[in-house]
Design a protein around this ligand. Structure first.
Ligand SMILES: NC(=O)c1ccc[n+]([C@@H]2O[C@H](COP(=O)([O-])OP(=O)(O)OC[C@H]3O[C@@H](n4cnc5c(N)ncnc54)[C@H](OP(=O)(O)O)[C@@H]3O)[C@@H](O)[C@H]2O)c1
Length: 348
């Protein structure tokens, strides 16, 4: 019998967590056991909890009692037991993982690795069910595992979001205003927009202005209470702040040609009719159809290499280990105490 730990959170109060312990039953035919190895934790994972019911994020890794759930993380895991010949013990994979030491999956093989075909995941967006075997992944580099678990899911969004804007000729705007500009997904987007012929303005908290300027990725960085120039602009909202949105609409009026909501670092899950939601898996499906899986992987791989060549300079990685430290990081990120110039990687 293998002992497992799992961190569950109250769905209605994400600050309330509990570490559960149980014994894993023997694997059924077709199943495989992953030992979670290394994960990143950022504001993005908080969003999974804040809108867990809306998108179904609580359904990936069911555990705990009524009203509890498991926050998903991106990271690396190792196969420790397998009934699938093509995926023997020792195989290392990258994908969507629980706040738990172990995960039982039911692999259906793909060219890049496998999809977890477990019944409870069947209705969930495919991108979250895919696992890449590191030895088959052209973007994998053993020396960059920390950057991979932290940035890869975020940078894929940055890549697809910037691509969508270029694809639509910025909806006629020549300025892109980005909130929560100090967040990794936001500054990854700014990095992708450099040289694209638009002015990129970052809005951030007063305490994060210096860090955000220091990235050198925005043409202008302003605190939230400053006024932007009145010119045709697209708004990329990573904050979810009603206040910031309303101030921009009031100031720019019809010069605000597009308002796109990507995140909610401020943790308010309200939807505004003036804003359209960007769901990265939708653009991923479109570009997979346009370019094919390999064409997309090649384009993303090139962008990813350019990004990781610099990302280590922008943010220092802080290492943690085990369930107690994981909970400590969760509480700090949830409370907004995490600093933008450091990022947390946890080994299980
Ligand atoms: N739609 C999608 O497909 C998709 C994909 C990836 C990420 N996202 C979203 O993008 C957002 C950024 O994620 P990330 O992982 O890149 O973030 P991150 O790097 O962890 O962001 C940290 C920044 O977020 C703001 N922040 C964090 N906690 C806060 C709090 N409690 N109250 C107020 N502000 C807080 C602060 O920025 P400022 O001071 O600059 O505001 C902080 O510097 C998330 O909401 C995430 O869900 C969406």
């Amino acid at each position: 019998m293998i002992s497992r730990w799992t961190v569950v959170a109250d769905r209605d109060d994400l600050t309330k967590t509990e570490v559960l312990h149980d014994e894993l039953p023997a694997l059924a035919d077709g199943e495989m056991l992953l030992r979670v190895s290394r994960v990143g934790l950022t504001a993005n994972n908080v969003t999974y909890g804040v809108i867990g019911d809306m998108i179904g994020y609580w359904n990936f890794f069911p555990a705990g009692g009524p009203g509890q759930g498991v926050i998903p993380l991106w990271g690396l895991a190792d196969v420790v037991e397998s009934t699938v010949d093509a995926l023997p013990a020792g195989t290392r994979v990258y994908g969507y993982l629980p706040m738990a030491s172990h995960l039982v999956v039911r692999p259906r093989l793909t060219s890049a690795g496998f999809v977890d075909a477990s019944d409870h995941r069947a209705e969930l967006p495919a991108v979250y069910n895919s696992y890449l075997v590191t030895t088959q992944d052209p973007a994998y580099d053993e020396r960059l595992e920390d950057l991979q678990v932290l940035y890869r899911p975020l940078f894929l969004t940055s890549f697809l979001l910037a691509d969508r804007l270029v694809d639509n000729d910025f909806h006629g705007a020549r300025t892109v205003v980005i909130s929560s500009a100090s967040s990794k997904t936001a500054f990854g987007t700014a990095q992708r927009l450099r040289g694209a012929g638009v002015r990129v303005v970052g809005l951030t908290s007063a305490r994060n202005v210096e860090f955000t300027k220091g990235l050198g990725l925005y043409d202008t960085v302003l605190p939230y209470d400053a006024s932007v120039d009145v010119e045709p602009s697209v708004y990329l909202d990573f904050s979810g702040s009603d206040e910031v949105r309303s101030a921009l609409h009031d100031r720019l009026g019809s010069d605000l040609v597009k308002d796109i909501s990507i995140g909610l670092t401020h943790q308010a899950a309200s939807q505004d009719v003036r804003s359209e939601f960007f769901f990265a898996p939708d653009q991923l499906r479109k570009r997979t159809a346009d370019w094919g899986s390999e064409g997309l992987a090649q384009r993303f791989g090139e962008a990813w290499r350019g990004f990781t060549a610099q990302a280590g300079e922008w943010v220092a990685v802080v290492q943690h280990s085990g369930p107690e430290e994981l909970v400590g990081v969760w509480q700090a990120v949830l409370a907004g105490r995490a600093k933008p110039d450091s990022a947390d990687v946890i080994t299980f």
